[in-house]
Write a protein that binds this ligand. Sequence first.
Ligand code: ZN
Length: 330
Amino acid sequence: MSAKTFPHWAFAVLSLVVVFASACQSPSTENAAGSETVQAPTFVEVPGFSGDSAKEYVADQLAFGPRVPGTPAQLRCAEYLQNKLLIWADTVLRQSGKVTAFNGTELPCYNIIGSFNWNASHRIVLASHWDSRPFADQDPDNPTGAILGANDGASGVGVLLEIARNLSQQCPDWGIDIVFFDAEDYGMSQVENSFCLGSQLWAAHPHRENYRADFGVLLDMVGGKDAQFFWEDHSFSWGRQTLDHTWRLASRLGYSKHFIAQRVPPIIDDHYYVYQGTGIPMIDIIQYNGQTGFAPYWHTHDDNLDAVHAETLEAVGNTLLHLLHNPPSL
Ligand SMILES: [Zn+2]
C-alpha cells in the first residue's frame, strides 16, 4: 500500500469468475430480520480466537515462499487458501482475473472469497491481501528480491483464517464474507493506482451481483510486536461509527495498548478502492502511526515470521471476532 493519495483509480480486467464450491450448511440461513434493523441485544462473549493458531496459518503461507503474482507460489498459496476456507465457510469462490502492473506486465490475479450465511441480507465484509511484494525496495542489502511478507500480507490472512475457523463453530445470524485480495503490493508509489490491483478488480466486479455489505474491515500488517493501530483518516471519514465501536470493544477486551483512538493521516489501501468502487464503508486496521510510518522492517527481508507475534494477532482477531458478534446496528 502507498501513503500517497491518488485522485482517481486504475483499470483492471476481469476474465472469469469461478464458483469454486458450496458446502455443508443449509441455504436456509436467511436473516430472519430481512431488511429490518438488527440490534445485538446484549454483549456476546465469543471465546475461541487463538493467536497461536493464526500464527500457524501465517507460517503455512510463508512456506510457499514469496506469494508474488505470476509465480508458482501464487498458485500453490491460492489453492491452500481455498482449501482452508472450504473446511469452514458455507461457500467458497475464486475470482480469477488479469491486472496490469505499473510496468505494463500482465499479472494473473486471484481474489478468494469465503462466505457465511450466503442468503442473509445484512452482511459484514472482512478483507486482507494475501500476495507479497515482489521487491524489497526498503531493504538496504538486497532491494530487488521478493519479500516473504509475514506481517505485510500473511498476518491479516492468518487472522481471517482463524476467524473463519471460529465462525464455523459459532456464526451470528447476519452474513459474513471474507475476501482475500491478490496483487495489493505489486505497485510503485510514483505510479497512480498501481497498488491494490486485486481490490480494484473486485470493487469493479464484486463476487456477486449487486453485492452490498453494511460495513467492512480490512486488516493489513496486524502482527507486529507491540503494534499500535490508530484511526486512519480515510476510515474515519466514511467509517467513524465502526472505528469508534471497534476501538471501544478492543478496550473492553483489554487491548488498549494496541488500539489507540487517535486520527492519523489517510493512506491508500484496499479499503480505499472498496469504498470508491462499491460505497461499502470499510475501515483499515493497520500498523501505521502517521509519523514514523510503518514498522522498520516494512518492505524488507526482515518481514519474516519473527516479525509476527501471536499476542498481537490475538488482540486483533479477538477484537474482530467480538465485533462480528456485537456489531454496531446493521
Ligand atoms: Zn506492502
